[in-house]
Write a protein that binds this ligand. Structure first.
Ligand SMILES: NC(=O)c1ccc[n+]([C@@H]2O[C@H](COP(=O)([O-])OP(=O)(O)OC[C@H]3O[C@@H](n4cnc5c(N)ncnc54)[C@H](O)[C@@H]3O)[C@@H](O)[C@H]2O)c1
Length: 482
């Protein structure tokens, strides 16, 4: 059967059936998106050869590590998926040109960070990695290819990619599709196996429809047709930025209410439950916390703000920028609360951080709230000890050094990293929970209390601990929004 997706066929009312059957996929970028996404495609489509390439040889070596538990990205279930396909139809390589040459379909899944220089500095997406990929594809490709934007990109980037491909190539024809990724770190495998939807944007002419269908056919191997949405390219590109803006806005909205709860005696969990039962609002993503992190929300909203400004839409830009302002405030507010509660000084006091990752079940720390809270408390001369079950000492120091707030030696004097949570908490004046790892809930809190300085404080930046139980033990407990 050529068109499995009835939805697609109806949407475009296709009568002439032209079919590109994808046999060979290349993905440029073996990161948090490229790695898991392609591993799942390879797992579900044994007839397609999938090669993931990256310039970072160390990362590729880790993906190829004999012990599949050493792959560079921690996600529940990912190592099993990789083990099922690696060496069969899933390959990791640094030979970018060979993989491009052999592929019928090329996913671009490289990083698109916020620009740190020039026009748009601090707001616009830096598209230099995307452009490099486009130029490399153009120079290598000898036959027609479908190029898929998997990275999150500003609306109308496909136009730029097409222009580079058409003007620098060797006569090969290219179709550009937008296929943004909606996975959430920590649940990436589950999200990829059972996504809410897959979005594919492409040109609306016959060639565009054929390219869209080729990608629909790949996903149709495991995703029901009604969940595969096809749109024009611009809608697809903008939908990803919009989705992240809406998700982050919910977090900032409930965080704004958490501060009001603290002043009024309301409890933010109760408020969230009460409003979440309204089906128009819904209960998900209403958890108040020390603030959202991760590589995407902030960068994508800043990008949205920049795009809105560049079209002269200042009110639209200001509206979305407030989501970031609120998030920064929430992180700062948490650090200030620690200082204020510890009798207005943390100088020389030991504060233990439980968690450094930006959320549970990932080893990703990009833009983690912990980094900024640590930075504020180090400015107040606190002695910080960090324990995180999945984040290494190297990464923690790299995150802090990146801020350039003080000399690297000072970061190493002010902050140490522990391998054991109980040792990390020994002799601490206070504990701050910065990541919602499940294991923190199951600790022997009496034992932790017994080994701490008194009075012993716990600041639960994720509202995961049983505050009443901790208070009975003797802790002075503070959650968010209570
Ligand atoms: N992380 C997420 O949860 C998430 C979710 C959805 C979408 N996204 C988007 O996906 C994109 C990738 O994000 P990520 O988190 O996987 O980034 P990442 O930094 O983990 O991975 C990107 C990889 O691309 C490689 N790379 C860069 N330029 C290259 C080139 N020219 N050739 C070969 N390799 C190159 C880098 O070495 C790096 O390993 C971003 O646009 C991001 O916004 C991320």
């Amino acid at each position: 059967m050529l068109f499995k997706s009835v939805y697609y066929r109806e949407l475009y009312n296709i009568r002439i059936v032209r079919m590109t059957k994808i046999k060979n996929i290349c993905c440029i970028g073996a990161g948090y998106v490229g790695g898991p996404t392609m591993a799942v495609i390879a797992h579900k489509c044994p007839d397609i050869k999938v090669t993931i390439v990256d310039l970072n040889a160390e990362r590729i070596a880790a993906w190829n590590d004999e012990d599949v538990n050493n792959i560079p990205i921690y996600e529940p279930g990912l190592s099993d998926i990789v083990a099922s396909a690696r060496g069969r139809n899933l390959f990791f390589s640094t030979d970018v040109e060979k993989a491009i040459d052999e592929a019928d379909m090329i996913f671009i899944s490289v990083n698109t960070p916020t620009k740190t220089y020039g026009v748009g500095k601090g707001m616009a997406a830096d598209l230099k990695y995307i452009e490099l990929c486009a130029r490399q594809i153009a120079s290598v490709a000898k036959n027609d290819k479908i190029v898929v934007e998997k990275s999150t990109l500003p609306v109308r980037t496909a136009e730029a990619i097409k222009s580079i491909l058409d003007n620098t190539g060797n006569g090969a024809k290219f179709q550009i599709l937008s296929n943004p990724e909606f996975l959430a770190e920590g649940t990436a495998v589950e999200d990829l196996l059972r996504p809410d939807r897959v979005l594919i944007g492409g040109d609306t002419d016959e060639d565009g429809k054929e390219a869209i269908n080729a990608l629909v056919e790949v996903y149709a191997n495991w995703i029901p047709g009604e969940k595969i949405l096809t749109t024009n390219v611009w809608s697809s590109e903008l939908s990803k930025l919009t989705a992240n803006a809406f998700l982050a806005q919910r977090v900032s909205s409930i965080n704004a209410m958490s501060e009001l709860c603290e002043k009024t005696g309301a409890d933010v969990n109760e408020v969230a439950k009460a409003i979440g039962m309204d089906s128009r609002i819904g209960s998900k993503f209403l958890k108040s916390s020390v603030g959202f992190g991760g590589s995407c929300f902030q960068k994508d909203i800043l990008n949205l703000v920049y795009i809105a400004k560049s079209y002269g839409l200042d009110e639209v830009a200001d509206y979305w920028e407030q989501v970031i302002i609120m998030n920064d405030h929430q992180k700062q507010r948490f650090a200030s609360k620690v200082v204020k509660t510890l009798y207005n000084t943390v100088s020389g006091k030991k504060i233990t951080f439980l968690g450094w990752a930006f959320k549970k079940d990932t080893n990703d720390t990009r833009e983690s709230a912990a980094i900024y809270v640590a930075d504020s408390l180090l400015n107040e001369q606190a002695n910080i000890t960090v324990y995180d079950p999945k984040v290494s000492e190297t990464v923690i120091y790299r995150d802090l050094d990146y801020l350039e707030s003080r000399k690297p030696e000072e970061n190493r004097t002010g902050l140490e990293v522990a391998n054991d949570a109980y040792e990390a908490c020994r002799d601490a004046h206070a504990i701050a929970v910065l990541t919602e790892w499940d294991e923190f809930k199951t600790y022997d809190w009496q034992k932790i209390y017994d080994n701490m300085k008194k009075p012993a404080f716990v600041f639960d930046g994720r509202n995961i601990l049983d505050g009443e139980k901790l208070e009975k033990i003797g802790f002075i407990f503070q959650g968010i929004g209570k």
